[in-house]
Design a protein around this ligand. Sequence first.
Ligand code: PLP
Length: 402
Amino acid sequence: MNDAIPFLDLIGPHLELEAELTEAFRTALHGAMFIGGGALTSFEKNFAAFHDVAECAGVASGTDALLFALLAGGVQPGQTVLTTANTFIATAEAISQAGATPEFVEVEEQTYNLCPVKLRAYLESCPRDPQTGLRLSRRTQTPIAAVLPVHLYGQMADMDAIEEVAHEFGLLVFEDACQAHGAEYFSKREKRWRKAGSIGLAAAFSFYPGKNLGACGEGGAVTTNDPALAAQVRMLRDHGQSQRYYHDVIGFNGRLDAIQAAFLDIKLKHLAEWNHLRRAAAARYDEGFKGLSEVIAPLKAPDRTPVYHLYVVRVAERDQVQARLTAAGIGTGIHYPVPVHLQKAYSSLGYRAGDLPLTERLAREVLSLPMFPKISGVQQNKVVEETLRAVRQVSPRLSSAR
Ligand SMILES: *Cc1c(COP(=O)(O)O)cnc(C)c1O
């Protein structure tokens, strides 16, 4: 089908930059610049500046970025880290890899992100550890040391409120910004717009190819305003060494390739424009779905500037709707079909279906529509038209309205 509409476009943007990317590759090849060096430090500096943050350390993936952020930030084995189950599994995996245990808090109905009200209620229901003053997880009786909100789909979590609760309960705050390159949040407390990755003690970004800023392979970064934390991440990513062959801690091989850094530096110059185009595309979808009860479009809150890594709607009979869109030549995705607390990998935590009702309902209803910077209005009209046709055929209306 030549009028098929892909879910995303990983070819177009790279072909547009082909000459520059190829030149960067040649430079690396001719100078054997594969690890570290000027390309890495240049990208780190530019990426930090883009997010209004003092430090950026490139690492091998978003998962490593989460892991190194937690470790460098002081999360200890045997502690609990609170996050959401409505996310990609890497959020929880990194907590586990750090030796801690994830505990899942319900999300907000409007943003699908960590709900500060439910966060507070959960913490209030937990007993206090007389030694540390921290709350003890009811599930594992381990001290709750940190909270890791996810800026899902490129929309930031309610960071003012989350920080307030974290402060009250002595929790460290980290950000999973793996889907939120360039996203912004208006802080009422600070009376200014704040960028994803600049708010918590440390934040993680992913450069997986499909992300808003993607490498031509794997990559990730930790951002922080704390130079000592950044130095610790640089040590962790490089076998725990502070100077060559002098290893201060047991680390990892978790570096960002110099070639990927060079590619990312080239693509970073276009990120603001790409995010702008994504927002324009989202606005066209919003317009197409306006006033329709069968399709719940993403919230457009005045205090957030999302970057629409994904444009996710909610529909009843989602699987049938998706099958019809596939048949009509429209690429879609489901982010995510099984919430983390119900994944087999986490069965040992003992969660059951029904423990996080809203998260579980989202897993049944969410549908990610085609979204990439250069999607055309014509393509989007077809997506809207086919989505409405499918929804109206399979079910008269959504099971529960927002
Ligand atoms: C992509 C992603 C990650 C992991 O990033 P990788 O680079 O694939 O390791 C973590 N969290 C979220 C929310 C993500 O979307």
